[in-house]
Design a protein around this ligand. Structure first.
Ligand code: HEM
Length: 254
């Protein structure tokens, strides 16, 4: 009897480990990019494609795609699966344009501009009917300086825990990617299959889906307007904030 219950528990644990990744393969017809896609219960899909070869601990580029109802006020993607001290990709529709803003939160309050993640807009970005789609090459979404001041890289050899948040309330100034916005109506966490997102076609996909010489095309907002650009070599304001905030444990893993 005792043996049976241990076996049952063991089988259960093995099953849950194998079923951990919640993303599924998805090929976007518009770009031909084969993503691992997480269809959230809130109607927003979060997709990742990666280069075939990623050296452990080294920064790497990602192609991300978010597809969502355009009626949402904003949608956020948190690259370490938590609100604070990780790059946040924020997206919303401004009429027929898809806006994006790179942010970081240093507490449970409005996130500020984060210039160390940059986005090159790709084809597959725009508003069609009731849906917005954002597709971009991100440099700086997979690695950053963590809460303790150490370099951190998302481990692409296994599933990664990401998080999202969204609000039905529009941002304060939809045409301005430095805009403020109010707290989310919902948040969620998921495990993304990163090994399954790797492909030797990565560079080809970027080349084929690069839009216009200046990175813009109708229906897209490809300009990285950031209000807190940090000149290279200038004192690292991020670390100043970390020290200032050290009294607050922001490593909430809820
Ligand atoms: C004005 C903007 C925002 C405010 C005021 C805000 C505030 C908060 C607060 C107070 C909590 C804690 C809730 C609790 O523990 O009961 C929380 C949690 C959370 N927020 Fe935000 N938030 C904002 C924007 C964002 C954005 C843009 C994201 C991007 C994904 C985000 C992601 C999360 C997540 C994932 C959690 C769950 C706890 C965690 O994993 O850290 N938030 N937020």
């Amino acid at each position: 009897m005792k043996w049976l219950s241990i076996a049952t528990v063991t089988a259960g644990l093995a099953g849950s480990a194998a079923a951990q990744a919640e993303s599924v393969p998805y090929t976007d017809a518009e770009t031909g990019i084969a993503f691992q896609s997480y269809p959230s219960a809130d109607g927003v899909e979060f997709r990742v494609a990666l280069p075939a070869t990623i050296e452990a601990g080294k920064p790497y580029d990602v192609i991300l795609q978010v597809e969502a109802p355009k009626s949402l006020g904003w949608i956020g993607w948190a690259w370490a699966g938590q609100m604070t001290y990780n790059p946040l990709t924020i997206i919303w529709a401004n009429g027929d344009q898809v806006m994006h803003s790179s942010r970081m939160a240093f507490g449970y309050s409005s996130p500020t501009a984060y210039p160390d993640a940059t986005y090159q807009i790709l084809k597959g970005t725009g508003v069609k009917g009731d849906t917005l789609k954002f597709t971009a090459l991100c440099k700086g979404c997979s690695s950053w300086t963590d809460f303790t001041g150490e370099p951190f890289t998302v481990d692409a050899s296994q599933e990664a825990r990401f998080a999202y948040a969204f609000s039905a309330n529009p941002v304060a100034a939809p045409a301005d990617n430095g805009t403020t916005f109010t707290i989310h109506d919902g948040v969620g966490h998921w495990y993304h299959d990163l090994p399954g997102a790797k492909s030797a076609s990565f560079a080809d996909w970027v080349a084929k889906n690069t839009v216009g010489a200046n990175g813009t095309a109708p229906g897209m907002n490809g300009t990285a307007v950031l209000s807190a650009t940090r000149p290279r070599g200038a004192p690292f304001r991020f670390m100043e904030r970390v020290r200032r905030d050290l009294g607050v444990d922001a490593r909430n893993r809820a």
